[in-house]
Design a protein around this ligand. Structure first.
Ligand code: Z5A
Length: 210
């Protein structure tokens, strides 16, 4: 693996502004001529995108929490083996809209699956693949949900109750405090221009230390 290549994940609740921040990141990396790819979870490969549809589309059959967890990991394994690892090996920076922290936040804290089971899957399938940096975009769930409601119909996970999203948010904030070297938190309840400015400053800090 090229030692200059960075693996960056972007996390946060629904409508927290991940896609928006990724545009800022892409534009900064392009300006700096840093070769990179932008990818996402669930998804990132043709098969993993099909799994994404299974996960997000509403269906009459209840998707059980354990099946949901395994589908996220099936998608993630395809993604990490076929996209993330090869890109890092070529020296490209990888910007991923969500990665494994999301499984701990949503399937663990949100759905109540024991953390040790998720840790087992992570250690088995990902081994030492872990983001160098994680940007946590944080806003109260009600703020993010209002933003995505304005965008159109909600998906299977977005229709969960507010308690679920509060547990997810609390998990992310606790994890960020525990792994403060890896995480950087940006409050996205403010204006778009503030979020953009803070995202650029954070990225400049990473690039200065490259
Ligand atoms: N999930 C899981 O459960 N387990 C896992 O392991 C993984 C994922 C990997 C992925 O769906 C779902 O899967 C997600 C977690 C779960 N759950 N749900 N629900 P997704 O990727 O399609 O959805 P998302 O991750 O929640 O992203 P999103 O809905 O697309 O939101 P976003 O990317 O964070 O936000 P955005 O598109 O940048 O912004 C939303 C809107 O708000 C947009 O119109 C913006 O212009 C506006 N916006 C953004 N920032 C601002 C500010 N600062 N002010 C005003 N307006 C703003």
């Amino acid at each position: 693996m090229n030692k200059d290549a960075k693996f960056i994940s972007i996390e946060g609740g629904e409508g927290a502004g991940k896609s928006t921040a990724i545009k800022t990141i892409q534009s900064y990396l392009n300006q700096q001529s840093i070769a990179h790819i932008v990818t996402r979870e669930p998804g990132g490969t043709p098969l993993a995108e099909k799994i994404r549809s299974l996960l997000l589309d509403k269906s009459d059959e209840i998707l059980l929490p354990e099946s949901e967890l395994l589908l996220f990991f099936a998608s993630r394994y395809q993604h990490s083996q076929h996209v993330i690892k090869p890109a890092l090996k070529k020296g490209l920076w990888v910007i991923s809209d969500r990665f494994v922290d999301a499984s701990f936040a949503y399937q663990g804290a949100g759905r109540g699956i024991e953390e040790s089971r998720i840790t087992y899957l992570k250690e088995w399938l990902l081994r030492d693949l872990s983001p160098d940096h994680t940007l946590l975009l944080d806003a109260p769930p009600a703020v993010g949900l209002d933003r995505i409601k304005a965008r159109g119909e909600l998906d299977r996970i977005e229709v969960e109750k507010m308690d679920f999203f509060n547990r997810v948010r609390e998990y992310y904030l606790n994890l960020a405090a525990k792994e403060s070297e890896r995480f950087h938190i940006i409050d996205t309840s403010g204006s778009l221009s503030d979020v953009e400015e803070n995202t650029r400053l954070w990225l400049e800090g990473i690039c200065e230390r490259c």
